[in-house]
Design a binder for this molecule. Structure first.
Ligand code: 6PG
Length: 265
């Protein structure tokens, strides 16, 4: 695998279209933070705001922590950033399992983001279905719609599970690919719980989609998602922005099974 530099700030190397490899998880977080800052400038300059759906799980935690450091915090006009979530677990915001709670601890408590710019999914509500409808109304208030009537985020951050799930769209999920819903509340049988999640058409309406994937345990699924032709496709494979771009920032360990462009197979 190509040399990806010795410092966290070493430039990632593009090994496949839209797929950039960094040395390790720390370098991935730095590359993602630089990318976040660049897109924030670009979209705030063009649209006066930067609308972002954040992902949960472990992988983006370091990115959120970095964005709160003086090095990056001062580079973003946080008053013009609107934060949303791509998915959430049915737990209270102060739960250790809460995606909102994680971002609050790592970023919201440390960066000057106006509270009115933070739009969490209230997936712990007794009627999660009602909460999903209410969240669609929040999206309607802050986001422009694309030609198909779906809300367009400037950026949607995504992770990838070992089973190829992304956001809370899991393999075998009963969320139809062509749903008209913006927010869905699937039962995730393998977790024995419900989740709240943006739907695929909303992920595909985004201007920028950024997957962060790190670690040796993700190498297999990442290879299948990027190079395989699973049938049915993995949810992560189905994310194809209609009028935007899909990006991956990954580390060497996760990239270990990928074959760089131009390499003899
Ligand atoms: C969640 C996430 C989920 C996550 C993947 C990868 O709520 O769990 O949004 O889609 O991105 O499960 O998680 P890790 O980063 O922890 O591997």
């Amino acid at each position: 695998m190509a040399d990806t530099g010795s410092t966290p700030n070493a430039l990632p190397r593009e090994i496949l279209p839209g797929v950039r490899v960094c040395r390790d998880a720390d370098a991935v977080a730095h590359a993602a933070a630089r990318q976040f800052v660049e897109w924030a400038w670009q979209f705030i300059a063009r649209d006066g705001k930067f609308t972002v759906a954040l992902s949960g799980g472990h992988t983006p935690r370091e990115l959120y922590r970095l964005l709160a450091t003086p090095e990056y915090r001062a580079q973003v006009d946080w008053a013009r950033v609107q934060l949303f979530w791509g998915d959430e677990r049915p737990v209270p915001p102060d739960s250790p399992d809460s995606n909102y709670g994680m971002v609050r601890r790592e970023l919201l408590l440390k960066a000057p983001i106006p509270p009115q710019n933070v739009h969490r999914m209230e997936a712990e509500r007794s009627s999660i279905g009602r909460a999903a409808h209410d969240y669609e109304e929040v999206l309607r208030e802050f986001l422009a719609l694309d030609e198909r009537g779906f809300p367009r985020f400037h950026l949607i951050l995504l992770g990838m599970g070992l089973d190829g799930h992304t956001a809370s769209i899991f393999p075998g999920s009963r969320i139809p690919r062509q749903t008209s819903r913006w927010v869905s509340t699937p039962i995730v049988a393998k977790l024995g719980t419900r989740r709240m999640t943006l739907t695929l058409p909303v992920l595909d309406a985004a201007m920028r989609v950024l997957f962060l994937v790190v670690g040796p345990d993700k190498a297999d699924i990442l290879q299948r998602v990027l190079e395989g032709n699973a049938d049915p496709p993995y949810p992560s494979q189905l994310v194809r922005p209609r009028d935007g771009t899909r990006h991956f920032i990954i580390d060497e360990a996760a990239a270990s099974k990928l074959i760089p462009t131009g390499t003899m197979r």
